[in-house]
Design a protein around this ligand. Sequence first.
Ligand code: HEM
Length: 432
Amino acid sequence: MARKEEELKAPETEPAEGWLDERLNWKRFRAKYLRKAFPVHLSFFWGEIALFSFVILILTGILLALTYEPSAQLVELDGNQVPAAYASVVQNDRTPLGLLVRQVHHWSAHLMIAAAILHLLRIFFTGLYKNPREINWLVGLALLVLSVFASFSGYLLPYDAFSVTATGIGYHIARAVPWIGSELANFVFAGKFPDAGMIPRFYAYHVILIPLLLMGLITLHLLILFKQKHSLTPSAHAIVGSRKILGVPLWPQQALLMAVLFTILLGSLFAVSGLFPVHPVAYYGPPEPATPVVKPDWYLLWLYGALKLIPTWFDVEMFGTTFNPENMGGVILPFLVLTLLVLLPFLDRARTPVHVMEPSGTHPVRTSVGVVAIALFLVLMLAAYNEELGISLEMLRVGAVLVPLLTGGLTYLSLRQSESQRDMTKVMDEQE
Ligand code: HEM
């Protein structure tokens, strides 16, 4: 016990901290938690950017909720009868700063998903999903999926022509889930699409259910991170040579770095939102029988592309259900990708705990698999815009096989070659 006390010995309390110390044992708290070392490496910022985007989403979301009306009841706007939800968003855009806040909210959602994907790629390419971080990898996957659902549930809320069409695509995908499709769609969409009862249901998902789940899972993610400590870059490990972390203490250095990052992020989001409008509700207008052409956001384009590439004649009856392009692209493919990601830490296992990032250059198989996946995703995203780009679907089908195989194969060969060169240099060094 005495040793433990000594280990936790903190720097002298500042006079200003005395008041807090008397009441909350601040000095001990500071020694135990605020001295935690944080590595200073740019790649660690992606997780933080995802976290800060979420904070900005909550703050701007609270402001938007002050004027939003979750109802499809018809009200008058500029002499026309339109749904109340649509009218409240148009009115919000007309109030000073209202449009800016909505734009920042929308751009933050894109940023959170982009940062989470880049964060996932860092973890993947450095092998940090392995023992002991398997649980945090799974929690992270749940966070990414929930972030996508948060965006999707938000799309319906303005209830303009775009939102209703985009939500309709989600409804049809839910219906295409084998065996339980219609029950699932009816449950999630509170009745048959596009029933007016959908708006309050989606509002509850968007402002209560999903944010609470995200908050809980982010807290769990960070608690696990605190318990297991950060990973180390190979160069940091070469300096400290143990399980110690080379970095700066949480208070005040890391806290200051985070404050700077948050400020830069917020400023950039305001600048981007001022310059580039996103989802102009009044431009789409209220829902009409004629639906606009809607493509999913960039992070779901690969599914839309896959849907186009699967031949329309594909229709197989099996196990009491039908498999067709709609459920292959919209349900089976994302399910397979997610299953592979869930299984990854158990397929590529490490017997002893991995705390040092494994450089992607020294792991040819994993790096090539990652390159194959990225190449395939990019080709599928191109397929989503094949008409606009003037590329035929036949060519893209060939590309979806050849491009990943070629890029993955070349990556593997070049990494193996540099590996054997490294081995030769090592042998020569040993001989000298
Ligand atoms: C929206 C979501 C997410 C947020 C807010 C978030 C937040 C964070 C933060 C702040 C860190 C510490 C800094 C860092 O290592 O980058 C971290 C670490 C980690 N995250 Fe996430 N994350 C999210 C999604 C994900 C995803 C999608 C995965 C993987 C599937 C993941 C897996 C991990 C792992 C394994 C660590 C520990 C890395 C280490 O020890 O260096 N996270 N996360």
